[in-house]
Design a protein around this ligand. Structure first.
Ligand SMILES: C[S@@+](CC[C@H](N)C(=O)[O-])C[C@H]1O[C@@H](n2cnc3c(N)ncnc32)[C@H](O)[C@@H]1O
Length: 458
């Protein structure tokens, strides 16, 4: 029986060499990287599957290597192009992955060079297609260890694809785009939204209170082991992601619909305010996660599986809502710090198709708000086509809607997070900190609109 090209050759018999420490973690990282590029899988999903059998330490290492490789991919590819005489043949694609993950460890992680080099070389030996390149991989990684840093500094290459940089340059200017790209190459801190008063949790969690009310932690490790997880005292949510739901100022007696709700971060905020919440999403799988999250948090919402672009609500099922939140499906380019695969798994055509879906959801949602009620639209995208342009189009089509501008200081929002139209536009470079590990925000857009026709009841 011929050996599958993907199956690692494991040492057998008495002469077998000892397995290198951390080899399984590197194998999982390389497989996860390939799953993103070859099979188009999201990184987190691939890592969950591929590192299932690893212990917690190796799981963490695999995640860190794969994420760092994706985060710094532009630089790493440029280095390989400079240090390889010619690219590896297509059938030895895995060899390039092993070079990339090796170089990521050498240059950007606290890993001894010899461990990074030896494990990539060993993994190359596991497959017939790359076994013949062990010497080359060894030599290139050693050269990167010697000369890589200086070359990177001299070349200053972008880590994200060119089309994204072009878009940010045209939206925010060349300097801002450069700063955004640099910030996105760094890992994000962990932000939590606390269900009740955050103060008592600051010390217990060792966190810092942000002006918006979120609590920020660094190097938090396994979140399920943190104080307050089991008792449902908080949930993970980037500080920028927590802003849109707060723009509603929900509270007891209000009926609010969260139209793209799963896995429920914003539903939880709305439910915690005491409002009566309908949480709708098209995905049954994601709604199951929302339900589990609400159960852990001891919060309640009515859960509806439906298409937000066509869902109707009338007097018979409670009438139009006091407020509707649309946290629309989007390219998620504002979350690249947390999900570095996003930079490489999205293409310009996705922005156009997601934009069409966002417009359909917005148009339908506009009919679900009672006169005098509030509509908040948000996306975790840096692309104006998924934010500012959507609101301009809705307002051009619906003269019964107007913006309710966000004011500096409202919910701790800083003046430079608000655009000239009074909409939220956070950038990864916002909320800077002298310790870069503690700074930054996800890129978010949020607009608050009011349906004309009756006095605002809020
Ligand atoms: C950005 S995520 C929402 C995140 C969520 N609001 C939170 O804070 O946890 C977008 C959600 O929209 C859902 N979605 C996509 N298309 C939809 C549609 N046509 N109708 C309803 N939900 C949709 C996706 O399943 C996904 O859960």
């Amino acid at each position: 029986m011929s050996e599958s090209p993907r199956r690692p050759r494991r040492p057998t018999g008495r002469q077998a060499a000892p397995v290198l420490p951390g080899l399984a973690a590197r194998r999982a990282a390389a497989d996860a990287f390939d799953a993103v590029f070859v099979n188009g899988r999201p990184l987190e999903e691939a890592l969950d599957r591929l590192s299932r059998d690893l212990d917690e330490r190796d799981r963490g290492l695999a995640r860190m290597i794969a994420a760092t490789t994706l985060r710094r991919l532009g630089s790493l590819r440029a280095l390989l192009a400079a240090f390889l005489e010619k690219p590896l043949p297509e059938k030895a694609r895995r060899g390039e992955t092993l070079l990339l993950i090796g170089a990521a460890q050498v240059l950007f992680m606290d890993v001894p060079d010899h461990a990074a080099v030896a494990t990539s070389v060993e993994l190359a030996g596991e497959q017939p297609s790359t076994a013949g390149f062990k010497g080359l991989i060894n030599a290139v990684l050693r050269r990167i260890a010697r000369e890589g840093r200086a070359k990177l500094e001299a070349d200053a290459v972008y880590d994200q694809p060119e089309w994204l940089i072009r878009g940010w340059t045209s939206a925010y200017g060349a300097e801002a785009a450069k700063a955004i790209a640099r910030t996105l190459a760094r890992e994000a801190p962990l932000d939590l939204t606390i269900k009740d008063d955050p103060q008592p949790w600051l010390e217990r969690l060792g966190g810092e209170l942000l002006p918006t009310g979120s609590v920020r932690l660094i190097e938090a490790g396994n979140v399920t082991a943190l104080p307050g997880f089991d008792e449902g005292a908080w949930w993970v949510q980037d500080a920028a992601a927590a802003i849109p739901a707060r723009l509603i100022h929900a509270g007891p007696g209000m009926r609010v619909a969260d139209l793209c709700a799963a896995p429920g971060g914003k539903t939880a905020q709305l439910a915690a305010s005491g409002a009566q919440v309908t949480a709708l999403d098209r995905s049954a799988v994601r709604l199951r996660r929302l339900k589990q999250n609400l159960e852990r948090l001891r919060l309640e919402a009515e859960i509806v599986e439906a298409d937000a672009a066509s869902w109707q609500v009338g007097i018979e099922n409670g009438g139009p809502f006091d407020a509707v939140l649309i946290d629309a499906p989007c390219s998620a380019t504002g979350t690249i710090r947390r999900h570095p695969d996003v930079a490489w798994s999205k293409a310009p055509a996705d922005i156009a198709s997601l934009g069409a879906l966002q417009a359909r959801i917005l148009r339908n949602a506009a009919d679900l708000v009672r006169p005098g009620g509030v509509l908040v639209y948000s996306t975790c995208s840096l692309e104006p086509e998924e934010g500012e342009r959507q609101i301009e189009a809705l307002l051009a089509a619906r003269d019964d809607y107007e913006r309710v501008p966000v004011l500096p200081g409202e919910n701790g929002v800083a003046a430079d997070w608000i655009n000239a139209a009074g909409e939220i536009r956070t950038l990864p470079t916002h909320l800077p900190h002298e310790d870069p590990r503690r700074g930054g925000l996800d890129g978010f857009f949020a607009a608050r609109l009011r349906r004309r026709g009756a006095p605002d009841a809020s």
